[in-house]
Ligand binder design. Structure first.
Ligand SMILES: NC(=O)C1=CN([C@@H]2O[C@H](COP(=O)(O)OP(=O)(O)OC[C@H]3O[C@@H](n4cnc5c(N)ncnc54)[C@H](O)[C@@H]3O)[C@@H](O)[C@H]2O)C=CC1
Ligand SMILES: CC/C=C\C[C@H](O)/C=C/C=C\C=C\C=C\C(=O)[C@@H](O)C/C=C\CCC(=O)O
Length: 222
């Protein structure tokens, strides 16, 4: 998608990755922050997310990471859907590599992110995307230096169970910067035909396309 003149919403854009995504989009020139008067929406980035596994926090993790992402996607479609007066658009859902590989020290978080990957790739596979003009892409960052990572890391350090294994996963994967992830994000958003793409970005392996499906959904192939 060419970014010039587009209207974008980034949820959770006040800090961390969301702030980086919003700044990256703004850096592309005339991109506009969403405001009702722009009369349309071209890009939604469902970025808002939390990590909590405790009895009092795990439901909130599912609520924000999974249910909030689905609600945001559905709302955006009402503005983007070409068959309902919109001009098409792109939904980028921020999952995690914890949505591609197990994260034994955060099963609720990981489960929510597998949900993001499954939901987004399923939406992309729907033949109706040809009528609606809405594309769906998933971005899966690995460990990135943000508040969410710092807080999760601290929790891990305070909980000795499996600490060695968790530390090894983090050491192996490395800790990347927000700028590293924004780099992958912009490549994903600017790709010509990105419906169904799933991109992983990690310190260890850089940018990887985990799925790169053709635009035409294959309804008869499961
Ligand atoms: N930092 C990391 O290592 C990784 C982060 N991610 C994902 O990237 C996304 C952004 O995370 P970070 O920037 O690291 O976290 P962060 O904690 O630095 O920023 C998250 C932002 O989301 C906002 N937010 C949280 N709940 C919200 C809600 N209900 N409504 C609106 N805004 C809300 C927060 O206010 C904050 O501005 C999350 O979905 C996270 O799961 C994915 C992989 C790795
Ligand atoms: C402590 C929790 C903090 C941050 C949350 C973050 O979202 C969690 C990430 C959890 C697991 C990360 C695993 C990282 C793995 C790697 O970086 C690479 O080894 C693998 C990269 C891509 C996987 C794609 C694939 O090969 O299938």
């Amino acid at each position: 998608m060419k970014l010039q003149g587009k209207v974008a919403i980034v949820t959770g854009g006040a800090q961390g990755l969301g702030r980086g995504f919003a700044q990256g989009l703004l850096g592309k020139g005339v991109i506009k922050k969403v405001i009702k008067e722009f009369g349309g929406l071209d890009i939604l980035v469902n970025n808002a997310g939390v990590n909590g596994e405790e009895p009092e926090t795990w439901r909130r993790t599912i609520q924000i990471n999974l249910i909030g992402m689905i609600e945001g996607t559905r709302l955006a479609e009402t503005y983007m859907d070409k068959s309902a007066g919109g001009r098409g658009g792109l939904v980028v859902n921020i999952a995690s590599t914890a949505g591609l590989v197990p994260m034994f020290h955060g099963p609720v978080y990981s489960g929510s992110k597998y949900g993001v990957v499954g939901y987004t790739t399923s939406m992309a596979a729907d033949p109706k995307t040809l009528e609606t003009g809405v594309s769906y892409a998933t971005l899966c960052p690995a460990f990135t230096a943000t508040e969410l990572f710092e807080e999760s890391h601290e929790t891990l350090l305070n909980n000795n169970t499996g600490l060695d294994l968790a530390a090894k996963q983090i050491t192996d994967a490395g800790i990347q910067t927000v700028a590293d992830v924004v780099n992958g994000f912009l490549q994903l958003v600017e790709a010509d035909d990105n419906n169904g793409f799933v991109m992983a970005v990690s310190k260890q392996k850089g940018i990887q396309y985990v799925h790169r499906r053709p635009r035409k959904p294959r309804a008869n192939k499961l």
